[in-house]
Design a protein around this ligand. Structure first.
Ligand SMILES: C[S@@+](CC[C@H](N)C(=O)[O-])C[C@H]1O[C@@H](n2cnc3c(N)ncnc32)[C@H](O)[C@@H]1O
Length: 198
């Protein structure tokens, strides 16, 4: 499985994926400093196979249909920082978000999956994820206590008209077992991926 992480920053995500058996991981970040630090950290811990590149998620330096999974955690949120009214984001924000999603859709294999972990609620993400040009089926779950966050799973090539509402909530009961531990950065890895029905 080939995985691309967008905006890795200093996250532990790639290490944890690697330890879970996923060896072909590429991380990108726009910040040269973040990339350098991440490269050093991964090398010092022996994760030589994980690639870390300085790159812009709005202009991904990859050919079409190469990744099985693209994942981001808190990176898409950066695009919304100057969005103005969240109900009606300004045209520049909307354009950047759509550019990012087009890039993700392009580099995903025909049956690839985009995973977005965010504090962005469905009513603010739906209009972008559900845009007609994308072939993905959009499902999401919410976690947390009081301060909720959201996991969106977008399955390329799986969109169908009889889906009954494009951006659909799914129940993922096994995650609730770990409810108390979801505050830490490793929360994603307590997810039973089989339960997400990839
Ligand atoms: C909020 S941090 C999240 C970092 C990491 N994903 C995590 O969970 O800790 C956002 C990261 O996205 C990076 N970033 C912002 N815009 C980007 C872009 N256009 N392309 C790639 N990375 C970007 C920033 O440099 C930063 O490291």
């Amino acid at each position: 499985m080939k995985v691309l992480e967008l905006g890795c920053g200093n996250s532990q995500l790639s290490e944890d994926l690697y330890r879970d058996g996923i060896k072909q991981i590429t991380c990108i970040d726009l910040s040269a400093i973040a990339v350098e630090k991440m490269q050093k950290r991964l090398l010092s811990k022996g994760y030589k196979e994980i690639k870390v590149l300085e790159a812009d998620m709005l202009d991904l330096p990859f050919t079409n249909e190469v990744f099985d999974v693209v994942i981001e955690k808190g990176t898409m949120d950066v695009l919304f920082v100057d969005s103005g009214d969240p109900w009606n984001p300004n045209p520049e924000t909307a354009s950047k978000v759509m550019t990012m999603l087009h890039q993700v859709h392009r580099v995903l294999k025909p049956d690839g999956i985009f995973i977005s972990v965010t504090f962005g609620q469905p009513h603010f993400r739906r209009r972008f994820f559900d845009a007609q040009e994308f072939t993905w089926l959009v499902e999401w779950s919410t976690f947390g206590d009081g301060f909720h966050y959201f996991v969106y799973v977008l399955k390329k090539g799986k969109r169908s008209l009889d889906h009954g509402g494009l951006c659909k909530k799914v129940e993922v009961p096994s995650i609730n077992l770990y409810h108390d531990e979801l505050e830490g950065e490793d929360y994603l890895f307590r997810t039973n991926i089989d339960d997400l029905d990839f």
